[in-house]
Each structure stands twice: as structure tokens, then as C-alpha cells.
Write a protein that binds this ligand. Structure first.
Ligand code: GCV
Length: 889
């Protein structure tokens, strides 16, 4: 495919020459031969090198993500900017980066001097192009839009990269960079005749922002990739190189705004010293067209302004905001605006004064409007002290109940930012009905790139398909076609603002920590630019640029990415149950009881007879009625609700039959087994890439996938045993509650280990584990470790022994597996040094280590020795003997 693209690109030049009957630029037969040689060698050698991932621990740069050098841009010769803006300079720099060594193009061939001298690429706004080349047919373009055109003649050739504004020109350069590896997303006919059919594209929506939830102390709320690239110790960091590299990465996929601080704990960001620091961040991002925005605490006038009130309608409060905003713009003239979380999860808000979100938003908007700033007011407003015993209580209703009555009351520069679902970034939710409930208000859809509820970057979960189903959802407002993507882009209701916001959570650990998680950051930008792109196509683009262009590599990685969200849904919360995790805790491992009976309103209402939350109008909370008529009707009845949302909308008996006739309980069992098997399959898929991709990348990702496969089993077993106990309905396939080859730790001969109850019980096999809690130093000295022993009683054979243990923070425990006193294999001794959430035994930190190919015969003694360290008690759940041939990873 890449070869094809390059050849078409090449053909463009030759076609141009033939049509003209002349030679393009200084191209003669030798040059043509040179080009063929170069292209062939680029394809054969260059691309393989260029697109290989490099995840080694160098300075954090955008090149380590998907911005590897493309191989074809030497075709652009000398590059100049027509204007002097820093964004155009970045565009020149970006293109030149790839063509700065044309004499040593990969493959060893050299580019003729004459070609270099007679080939020009100009970058500028359409106005600048008109002025410099009045004869060129540059069209008028919208902000962010680009137009790429080529004009060749015997004397010289000029490529034009024009933008509706400087950003547009920059996006044009990045589109070119993507071109050779973007496959079907750019029709090849465009390449064949760039003169006749220029490349032209505009962003679908004006707001394309990422939100960081970074705190001034350098921590990141819901961040899973180390500390902040922006802040440390209460201040803006001195080294802002990662910030400009981040902005480069964002710009490359069309993101134009970055809100840098947490919506919680925002008050100190309005401090004058901090604003000076923020101005430096803005300076670092500006050359890439990424504008700085910040979260504000609406109580700031009182908390730091010395006023007695923060009532948004109080004149002194309004004056305070006006002055503060003026201070910000004095230092950051292109400041993008404020993001607001108010009256939510403990954040102060206008409700304290009996005011509405519109009152608060409009006060801020009035201060920002003269400078061109906007307010992103979050619809994530709800009561987190809901009464679980009240069958009508429903957190899902909150956003619509609060914001729909305010439609039309917001200032023009206010955008209501709504999470894609009515709850909170769950593995599956219906689309928020609020998108259909605000027709006179600009809207933005908020999604999470950081995987708070979807595996926290330890699990591979490619989220673009989740976002896409929300964007494609047809809300049927007033009975007409109103897909959510058209609502948020402003087209459905003729709003001139609107867009998408991705909570990104990048940190100093390789941006998102896990290399494959970067597909989500890439995909967010691409989806916000064009919500019609297919997630699979985006995955292909990303894989080619990041991992490898080899078709087999692309096919394998894309398959894994595309299967990952459904797999995660299958083993964490299918049928619309949402992520069955501990809502009041880390939001990571299984916590089925924790996602019930809490004040936060994330409930599944499972009892002995049935499961699911009745949100119908007729008998439930009425949430279904918040949708426009056609959609409300569909969700009102269990029979017409899609299976994957059934339990979100309805409480049904376990024996209720899904559309294919399978019962709900059997589906719960089956999907958890299928999902866990799929996770194991990712390991095998990745293993096929050995030797075909960068070794460091391969080695980095493999243990992550192995961990995921083990943790998927923790999930599977927790959910399955929970519902087995509750429903008392056996699994038709006999798997639930039966674990062949499993030897429980509590059944072993224990020396030093104590049997403990794990909470919640479902997170451990049979609810129990053993813990080597040697608290006293004296005791530890006398007995530094504990052991569990079993006598093997099965037939002789070779087994992979899975050891399921708890790896707690606060110490690096050691674990050793022996058979008859001998180490059971090469990797039979290991340390528990993973950084898993929380410090008490449960599903967050239950993990497995597999010792492969252990020979066992009847009477053998299998022994685990655990040596605690610090507060890690080397706790053990069970071991499982898996016949070696049947263990597929
Ligand atoms: C920034 C969820 C997260 C919180 C987050 C909140 C929000 O509740 O768990 O960490 O707070 O959403 O979006 O405001």
C-alpha cells in the first residue's frame, strides 16, 4: 500500500510532465531513474526503519509517538513560509525536518542539486498565497482548513500548502506527513493529480481540546503515566520542552486547545505567580497552534479574592472576574478560556446562592468575551449523596434535569461540555440525552483518553469505537436525523461553537505510559477532526506510523485494537451493567458490591431474582423519557432496548431471554469467559510480531498483555462467582464455581501464612487468601518468610503453574515456587514489584505469575514460599495447574 502511494505520488510528477510535454523542474531521465531507485529503496528499507517504534527512555519527544520521519517529503524541495507567524515557522520546521537531508535519503541515493534548487514549497494563509502568487487558484478557506496544490513547469515547480489561518497551513503539513502511511483515508486519486484535485480538508468542529487533570503539586488526577509535564511542587516546571513536544503531537492530529489543570483543586491557578507560569506554558504551545485554557474554581472571588461572596450575580464578583481575566490576557493574549466544574463532587457552585449554572457561566463568559475566550461549563453536575434505597433516585438523570431547562439562557461564548454517557466514562453507557436537550446552546462532547474505568492503561482498550458509537448515535430530535456528531459540531442546530474534549492525562512516563494506549490519543484528535473516520481506519493509520507498515503487522495490531474494547466490556460489565468496579475506590479492579449501595449513584441493583436498573418512565426512574420521542420509546421497553444496554435501562430476572434466546445469567457467564479468553488471545497475537517490529517495543508491550490476560481472569472469576452466588443459577457449561487444577492457598499446609478474608469477597477465589503478615521485626528475623504446600495427587504430566498472588504497594515481596525442594523452573522465583493500585488485598492488585512446563507426578510437594517486604505481606490466593499443552500463553 505504501509502495503504491509513493508510486502514485511519483506518477503525479511524471504525469504532469507528460501532459505538459515538458520536463517538470529539472527532471530528466536520470532523475526519473533516481526517483525510482529512491522510492524503491525507501519502501524496501527506509519505511521499515522509520515507522518502527522506539520506546526507549530518551528525552520525551513527539517522535517517540507517531511522528517518525516520513520518507517521501524530499519531494518538496526548499520550504519557505510566506508569513512570519510562529505557527508557520513550525510548519516549515516540520516539513523541513523530513527533507533536511535530501542528499542522504534512505537507501543511499542522492537528490540532484538542480532538483533541490528548482523545487519550492510555500506555506501560508490563503491571503498570503494570493498576495505572493496572484495567479494561483487558492480558494478562501475556513479556520483550520488546508489546501495543498502543486504547480509544475519546465523551469520550476511550486507546491502550495495554504491554510484558512496559520493553523490550517500547519495541519496541511501534518496531513502530508500522514499521507504515505494513511492508506485509504486519503483517496489515491488526490495524489495522482494534485494539480487538478488539490488536497483540501477542514476540521469538523471548532473546539478540539484536550483536558489535563494536573494538580499544581505535579500529581495528575486519574493519570496513569507518571507526573505532570506542566507542574511540580506548586509551580510551573522549569523544563517545558515536553510541553512543546506535547503541543506538536496534539497539533499533528488537529487539536487546538489544551486545558492544563484539574477541574478539582483549581483555585491556586489564579494566583499571579501561577498565571506568569501559565504564560510560559502558553508560549511553549503557541507555535503549534495549541491555545492554553484553564480550569477555574467559581468560588475564587471569595477563596482568594477577599470578597465575602462568590455569588455570580453580585457586581463585585463580576468585577473581580473581569479584572482577573484582564490580568490573564495581559500575559496570554490568545488565552482560550475557562473550564468549569461546579456544584459537583464537592466543588462549590452557584447553587450555594440559589443561582443556576447559566448565571455562573455567563458571568465568566462576560469577562472572557471581549478577548475572544470561551467557557466550557461541564454538565457533570449531580448529587453524590444519593439514597440507594430510593427506587426513583438516578444519577443518570441529573445533567438533563439541570441543564435542559436552561437551554437558550447561556451566553454565546458558553459551551456545555457533556460526558458522552450520562454516568461517568463507563465501559458502556447510552449516549447522554442532554445532547438532544440543548438545541439553542453550543455543546461539546467530553470523552476520556486516560483509561480511568477502562483498565488504566494496564489493559489494552482502544476507545475510538466507543466514542464513535456515541458520535454516530442518531438522537432524532424533533423526529429528524440529528446524529450526535452533527449536534456537537454545531451543524444540527446552527451553532458556531462546539466540539470534542478529551481528558488525556499524559504524564512524564512516555506520554500515556503504555505504548498501545497512544492509539487513543491519536484517535481522539482524528475523530475530533473528522468524526466520520472509521475507528479501524484510524487504527491502521496509527499502526503504520507508529509500529510498522508491514501488512501483517498492521493487520495484527489493528485486529487487537479493534477487539480490545469489546473484550474489556465482556469481562468487566456487559449488557449495560457498566464497569463493575469499586466506585468509591480506584475504579480499577472488580468490585461488584462496591458498585452498589453507594451514594454516587453507580448502581446495578442486583438481587436474588434479577439485575439491572429500571430507568423506564412507566415503572422506573424516568430517565428513558429524557430522550427525544423515538429514542425514548425504544429504551422504554426491554424488548426494544438493545441487549448491550438492557441492564442499564431495565431490571429483569436472570432468566430473561436476550434477543438470541440466551438467558441474561448465561450471557453473564459466557461473556466473562469469552472476554478473558480474548485477552489471552492478545498475548498470542502479539507474539506473532516477534522479530517483525522494534524489539524494545515488543518487549515493552508483551508483559503488559500477559498481565492483562491474568487480570482478565481475576475479573472473570469475581463477576461470575458473584452472580452465581446471588442468582443460584448454575452455568450451563459448568464453568462457574468449578476451577479444574486450582489448589486454594487456604487448603494448603501453611507455615507462617494466616488465612484472611478478602474484601470484597468476590475478588479472591472462594473469598479467602493467605497472608504472611510478619509485623514484628523480631518475628521477621526469626521467620523471614511463610510457606504454603500441597501434595500433588493427579496423573503425571507437564504443567504450567499459574500462581495467583496479591502484589501490594509499599514493599517488594519475594515469591518462590519449588517442587520437592527444587526450583520449579527458570522463572520460579520472582519479585512482586508491580505498581498496582491500593494497599489492601483485593482485585486491584491480584495478579498472576506463570511458571511454564513444570513436570509433576503423584506425591510431589508443590511449595510456595513468600517473603514479605515492607507492607507487602506476600499474600497468595491459589495456584492453578494447567496442562502445559492447553495453556496458550
Ligand atoms: C476530575 C470522575 C472521576 C473524577 C473526576 C470526575 C470529573 O468522578 O473519578 O476523578 O474529577 O469524574 O469528571 O469531574
Amino acid at each position: 500500500m505504501i509502495g503504491c502511494a509513493l508510486l502514485f505520488w511519483f506518477r503525479k510528477f511524471t504525469v504532469g510532465r507528460d501532459q505538459d510535454g515538458t520536463t517538470v523542474g529539472a527532471w530528466g531521465p536520470n532523475e526519473v531513474q533516481y526517483m525510482l531507485r529512491t522510492i524503491a529503496s525507501s519502501v524496501a528499507f527506509g519505511l521499515a526503519i522509520l515507522v518502527a517504534g522506539d520506546s526507549s527512555a530518551r528525552a520525551q519527544t513527539a517522535d517517540q509517538a507517531w511522528l517518525h520521519e516520513p520518507s517521501h517529503l524530499f519531494l518538496f524541495g526548499k520550504v519557505i513560509a510566506l508569513g512570519s507567524s510562529p505557527i508557520e515557522q513550525s510548519a516549515v520546521q516540520e516539513l523541513s525536518r523530513s527533507i533536511s537531508h535530501p542528499a542522504s535519503v534512505k537507501g543511499g541515493a542522492s537528490l540532484p542539486r538542480s532538483w533541490r534548487e528548482s523545487t519550492l514549497t510555500v506555506i501560508g494563509t490563503t491571503e498570503e498565497v494570493h498576495e505572493a502568487y496572484p495567479d494561483f487558484p487558492a480558494p478562501s478557506l475556513a479556520p483550520g482548513e488546508y489546501w495543498i496544490w502543486w504547480n509544475g513547469s519546465a523551469e520550476h515547480s511550486v507546491s502550495v500548502i495554504a491554510g484558512g489561518d496559520e493553523r490550517g497551513a500547519l495541519y496541511g503539513v501534518f496531513a502530508l506527513r500522514r499521507l504515505p502511511v494513511s492508506g485509504e483515508s486519503f483517496p489515491l486519486t488526490n495524489l495522482q493529480n494534485l494539480h487538478e484535485v488539490p488536497l483540501r480538508e477542514h476540521p469538523a468542529m471548532p473546539i478540539r481540546w484536550v483536558d489535563q487533570w494536573d494538580n499544581a503539586d505535579g500529581s495528575i488526577e486519574r493519570g496513569y503515566a507518571g507526573r505532570s509535564i506542566f507542574f511540580e511542587g506548586g509551580k510551573v516546571r522549569g523544563d517545558l520542552k515536553p510541553v512543546s513536544e506535547y503541543a506538536r503531537l496534539l497539533a499533528s492530529v488537529g487539536i487546538n486547545g489544551c486545558n492544563v489543570n484539574n477541574v478539582n483543586n483549581a483555585v491556586q491557578f489564579l494566583d499571579p505567580e501561577m498565571i506568569r507560569g501559565l504564560a510560559k506554558i502558553a508560549d511553549a504551545m503557541r507555535p503549534w497552534g495549541v491555545r492554553l485554557a484553564m480550569s477555574v474554581d467559581v468560588a475564587s472571588p471569595q477563596k482568594i479574592g477577599g470578597l465575602a461572596t462568590y455569588d455570580p450575580l453580585d457586581p463585585a464578583v463580576k468585577a473581580w472576574w473581569n479584572a482577573k481575566v484582564n490580568d490573564i490576557y495581559a500575559l496570554i493574549p490568545d488565552f482560550a478560556g475557562f473550564t468549569v466544574k461546579a456544584d459537583s463532587e464537592g466543588q462549590p457552585g452557584p447553587a450555594s446562592y440559589g443561582r443556576t449554572p447559566a448565571d455562573a457561566a455567563n458571568t465568566l463568559a462576560a469577562a472572557l468575551a471581549p478577548h475572544g475566550g470561551v467557557v466550557l461549563y461541564r454538565a457533570f453536575v449531580y448529587n453524590h449523596h444519593l439514597d440507594w434505597n430510593d427506587p426513583k433516585a438516578d444519577r443518570a438523570r441529573a445533567a438533563y434535569d439541570i441543564f435542559h431547562p436552561l437551554d437558550g439562557k447561556f451566553a454565546p461564548n458558553v459551551i456545555i461540555q457533556t460526558k458522552e454517557g450520562p454516568i461517568d466514562f463507563q465501559v458502556r453507557e447510552p449516549v447522554s440525552p442532554l445532547f438532544g436537550g440543548l438545541t439553542q446552546t453550543s455543546q461539546a462532547m467530553e470523552v476520556q483518553i486516560t483509561q480511568e474505568y477502562t483498565g488504566q492503561q494496564r489493559h489494552l482498550v482502544y476507545l475510538a469505537p466507543l466514542w464513535k458509537q456515541a458520535l454516530d448515535f442518531d438522537m432524532r430530535v424533533a423526529g429528524r436525523s440529528t446524529p450526535v456528531k452533527e449536534i456537537v459540531s454545531g451543524t444540527s442546530f446552527h451553532r458556531n461553537l462546539g466540539g470534542m474534549v478529551g481528558v488525556s492525562g499524559v504524564g512524564r512516563d512516555a506520554w500515556l505510559g503504555s505504548p498501545l494506549a497512544m492509539a487513543n490519543l491519536y484517535a481522539f484528535g482524528r475523530v475530533a477532526w473528522n468524526p466520520n473516520l472509521a475507528p479501524e481506519e484510524i487504527a491502521r493509520e496509527w499502526t503504520r506510523q507508529t509500529i510498522g507498515a508491514n501488512e501483517e503487522v498492521v493487520r495484527t495490531v489493528v485486529k487487537m485494537l479493534m477487539q480490545s474494547w469489546p473484550a474489556y466490556e465482556d469481562y468487566t460489565g456487559p449488557l449495560g451493567l457498566q464497569t463493575l468496579t469499586d466506585i468509591a475506590g480506584s475504579h480499577y479492579g472488580p468490585g461488584i458490591e462496591g458498585s452498589e449501595n453507594n451514594g454516587w449513584g453507580q448502581w446495578h441493583r442486583a438481587d436474588h431474582e434479577g439485575v439491572g436498573m429500571d430507568r423506564s418512565v412507566a415503572t422506573g426512574t424516568g430517565f428513558a423519557g429524557q430522550y427525544p420521542l423515538a429514542v425514548a420509546k425504544k429504551y422504554e421497553s426491554a424488548a426494544t432496548t438493545p441487549d448491550n444496554l438492557l441492564l442499564f435501562f431495565h431490571h429483569v430476572p436472570y432468566t430473561y431471554k436476550l434477543h438470541d434466546g440466551k438467558t441474561v445469567i448465561q450471557y453473564l457467564y459466557d461473556s466473562h469467559y469469552a472476554g478473558a479468553a480474548q485477552a489471552a488471545g492478545f498475548v498470542r497475537d502479539w507474539e506473532t510480531l516477534k522479530g517483525k517490529i522494534d524489539t524494545a517495543l515488543y518487549d515493552n508491550v508483551l508483559p503488559r498483555l500477559e498481565y492483562q490476560a491474568g487480570h482478565a481472569i481475576v475479573w472473570r472469576d469475581a463477576v461470575v462467582q458473584y452472580f452465581l452466588k446471588l442468582s443460584r443459577i448454575p452455568d450451563e457449561q459448568g464453568r462457574a464455581g468449578h476451577y479444574p487444577g486450582r489448589l486454594e492457598a487456604e487448603d494448603a499446609r501453611l507455615d507462617g501464612y494466616q488465612i484472611v478474608d478478602v474484601k470484597p469477597w468476590e475478588d479472591a477465589s472462594r473469598g479467602k487468601a493467605v497472608s504472611c503478615d510478619l509485623k514484628q521485626p523480631m518475628q521477621r528475623e526469626k521467620q523471614p518468610s511463610c510457606s504454603a504446600e500441597w501434595t500433588y495427587e493427579g496423573p503425571a504430566g507437564r504443567f504450567d503453574i499459574a500462581v495467583q498472588y496479591f502484589d501490594l504497594q509499599g514493599g517488594v515481596a519475594k515469591v518462590a515456587l519449588t517442587v520437592n525442594g527444587q526450583a520449579a523452573g527458570m522463572d520460579a522465583t520472582w519479585v512482586a514489584d508491580a505498581m498496582l493500585p491500593t494497599r489492601r488485598l483485593h482485585g486491584d492488585n491480584s495478579t498472576r505469575h506463570i511458571v511454564e512446563g513444570v513436570a509433576l507426578k503423584p506425591g510431589d510437594t508443590i511449595r510456595i514460599e513468600g517473603t514479605p517486604d515492607g507492607s507487602d505481606p506476600a499474600a497468595l490466593d491459589y495456584i492453578e495447574l494447567i496442562p502445559a499443552a492447553s495453556n496458550r500463553h
